[in-house]
Design a protein around this ligand. Structure first.
Ligand code: SF4
Length: 402
């Protein structure tokens, strides 16, 4: 099972806009740690994405990037097991982003739900820039350069991945319907039984003209039983679907089950909202930040009962606490047997306990030249794949008119 999964490519990045925080750790890094032994993984520090919202303080990004990678290594990411690199060390990301921008309709970007939402939330920054609007295209380049099979995402990022898939489909449609594709289909059709070829043509008509999705399903079944190699089967299915030859693979989501971690103000934890607790935050600061968190507004006085489901502190307990502590919080809160200060103090204990070994290991990586070597080796490996993909994509784009 695991050896099959090793053939699957996973690509994921974290924006380098500051120290790694608990939201990144539970939302992404913990998943990376569990995936690095199973899949072929490309993990990158997204410093170009950091610029989309932090272009005015661009000078901080190299330091943030370096610190974040040190935190990854301290948390257990193993560079022997996965490819770790910095996005801007692989310039192919920028070039593919530019090429994708040529054929992506503006409305696709404007319709991304987080676009307006983030602009409103980050009203202190001027985000009416092309870079901010176009960052989902950079995400598409990040993923498609490595022929990703799987992309780890949370529910809230599904729309972004769907856009990545739409861009791949559009690319295949624009550059896969070349005369050479038609010639390839004719050759395959000539090599199979005439009745089956006729049936495929009928199914194509049913699907493309009558919109019968069952026709595509039947075509997929039929092609699988023709004894053809996988590439030919794919080409026949693309012919029936009218999407052109599959030049770019469509990645699938690897859905994260991790809940959104609230930040110290109760909103989603995010560097953009300045409400984070760093993975390597000093203990007194962790305690201070937890102490300042909002709670269920109904608990005005210590004697007022509360409801954990209305409290962001509980959301963090759900991630950190064992069942005994969870029962203690639920019962104590609802009956007012515990106060919010006790409840927060227990939460801070759990966070500090998990952080301690990571903080200890992180000391080994601070300013250690080994980190530079790891990143340079990672960039070299990533570029091997990225240059090959980009060359292939540019070739089909330029050969369309040939
Ligand atoms: S007791 Fe805990 S869960 Fe209940 S309101 Fe206070 S902090 Fe929130």
């Amino acid at each position: 099972m695991t050896s099959n999964l090793r053939n699957k490519i996973v690509v994921s990045g974290i924006r380098s806009t500051g120290k790694l925080h608990l939201g990144n750790y539970h939302g992404a890094l913990k998943q990376w740690l569990s995936m690095q032994d199973k899949y072929t993984c490309f993990f990158f520090a997204a410093d170009l994405h950091g610029l989309t919202t932090n272009y005015a303080t661009a000078g901080d990004i190299p330091v943030n990037t370096r610190t974040m990678v040190e935190d990854w290594l301290a948390a257990g990411l193993d560079h022997e097991n996965c490819c770790i690199f910095v996005q801007s060390d692989v310039p192919e990301h920028s070039e593919l982003h530019l090429l994708f921008s040529m054929f992506t309709p503006l409305s696709w970007l404007e319709r991304i739900p987080t676009y307006k939402d983030q602009q409103a939330k980050l009203s202190d920054k001027d985000l009416s820039t092309y870079g901010f609007l176009g960052y989902p295209l950079l995400q598409a380049a990040d993923v498609l350069l490595y022929n990703a099979d799987l992309v780890p995402v949370g529910e809230d990022q599904l729309a972004h991945l769907e856009l990545v898939r739409k861009i791949a489909r559009r690319f295949n449609f624009l550059y896969g319907n070349s005369p050479s594709f038609e010639a390839e289909i004719n050759t395959i059709m000539d090599s199979i039984d005439k009745k089956q070829a006729k049936k495929l043509r009928t199914l194509k008509r049913d699907y493309q003209q009558k919109g019968l999705s069952v026709a595509l399903e039947n075509a997929t079944r039929l092609t699988a039983n023709l004894g053809l190699e996988q590439g030919m089967q794919d080409s026949l299915c693309s012919y029936v679907a009218g999407t052109g030859k599959t030049i770019i693979n469509l990645p699938e989501p690897l859905l994260s089950v991790t809940p959104k971690l609230p930040g110290t103000d109760g909103q989603k934890m995010s560097k953009s909202y300045n409400n984070t607790i760093a993975l390597t935050e000093a203990e007194p600061d962790v305690r201070k930040k937890i102490k300042s968190m909002p709670t269920d507004p109904a608990r005005v006085k210590r004697t007022d009962p509360g409801e954990p489901s209305k409290c962001p502190v509980w959301e963090l307990h759900k991630v950190y606490a064992n069942s005994e502590i969870k029962d203690w919080v639920i019962n104590g809160c609802r009956t007012a047997k515990i106060g919010c200060i006790d409840c927060k103090s227990v939460l801070a204990d759990s966070i500090v306990k998990e952080q301690a070994p990571i903080i200890e290991r992180s000391k080994d990586y601070r300013d250690n030249p080994i980190v530079d070597k790891i990143l340079s080796k990672g960039a070299e490996r990533a570029r091997d794949t990225a240059t090959t993909t980009l060359r292939k994509l540019k070739l089909v784009m330029h050969s369309r008119d040939n």
